[in-house]
Design a protein around this ligand. Structure first.
Ligand SMILES: NC(=O)c1ccc[n+]([C@@H]2O[C@H](COP(=O)([O-])OP(=O)(O)OC[C@H]3O[C@@H](n4cnc5c(N)ncnc54)[C@H](OP(=O)(O)O)[C@@H]3O)[C@@H](O)[C@H]2O)c1
Length: 244
């Protein structure tokens, strides 16, 4: 029997780790993870996972990681989760007003949130276009919706996710011709307890701050039931459509 694999990229994300824990307990699937920090995957429970450490997310490193994947592949990848995302770091905070906007922060956010996932899609596509089909989830955010933008602010983060959404819809048009079996999903996890959301949790209404285990369960169920229909979907943690 052909073994089907789940590939998780940016696997040190809090949500990625919760997905990995659920996948490793599924005996029908092989788990492959890629991250700059693979320490979480040194645990005994991941002994059967393929763990790929990467130095950075420059295109050269991404291309090399995909080559390594190809060389050692005895499985078919039928699920991919691309989890990159920054909202703040030691150099930048999300903008509250126009005066906070800086070229440096915009470029850094766009590089992590948009260019990096797109480079993975570029290099992985030849590997995913098999007769078995593959569902590719790229983590977005509701704030990337242009039509849903009522609050403004967070210029760089919003724009990086909106740009990612546009790249996903464009890629879906191309893949409908070239790789009909690949389904792209732009996913909003909801506000989830993680390093990314930590500084912004105090105003989250009661019951609306999810833990990563809940989000991972929701997402895996959404992916399982998603239909490969040649179109991109923009979905939230309930599986509900978000307007682009
Ligand atoms: N948490 C929330 O409330 C929330 C809400 C809406 C959307 N999201 C989205 O969900 C996704 C996962 O978020 P999370 O909450 O799990 O975040 P997290 O725990 O803070 O994980 C950060 C992720 O971003 C990657 N990353 C960090 N710096 C990077 C850089 N400079 N270049 C490329 N990748 C970089 C990390 O990759 P490594 O594994 O290599 O470290 C890791 O995958 C993100 O796309 C985020 O925007 C989260």
């Amino acid at each position: 029997m052909t073994s089907h694999a789940t590939l998780i990229i940016g696997a040190n994300s809090e949500i990625a780790k919760a997905i990995a824990v659920q996948v490793i307990n599924d005996e029908t699937r092989q788990l492959i993870v890629i991250s700059r920090d693979c320490s979480f995957y040194q645990q005994e429970q991941f002994a059967n996972a393929k763990v790929i450490s990467i130095d950075n997310y420059q295109e050269q490193a991404i291309s090399q990681a995909v080559e390594n994947l190809k060389a050692s592949m005895s499985v078919i990848i039928t699920q991919v989760f691309i989890c990159h995302g920054i909202l703040h770091n030691e150099r930048c905070q999300p903008e509250k007003r126009l005066e906070d906007f800086s070229a440096e922060m915009f470029i850094e956010t766009l590089t992590a949130n948009t260019i990096t996932p797109m480079l993975w899609l570029k290099h992985l596509t030849p590997l995913l276009a098999t007769k078995y089909g593959c569902k590719v989830v790229i983590f977005s955010a509701r704030v990337g919706s242009i039509s849903d933008n009522k609050l403004g602010g967070w210029y760089s983060y919003r724009a990086s996710k909106a740009a990612m959404n546009m790249l996903i819809t464009s890629a879906a048009v191309e893949l409908a011709r070239r790789a009909k079996n690949v389904k792209l999903i732009s996913f909003h996890p909801g506000t989830t307890d993680s390093p990314l959301s930590k500084p912004f949790q105090k105003n989250v209404p009661q019951g609306k701050l999810f833990n990563s285990q809940f989000v991972a369960s929701q997402l895996l169920a959404i992916v399982e039931s998603a239909v490969v229909d040649g179109q991109a979907s923009y979905l939230d943690w309930q599986g509900k459509k978000i307007p682009w």
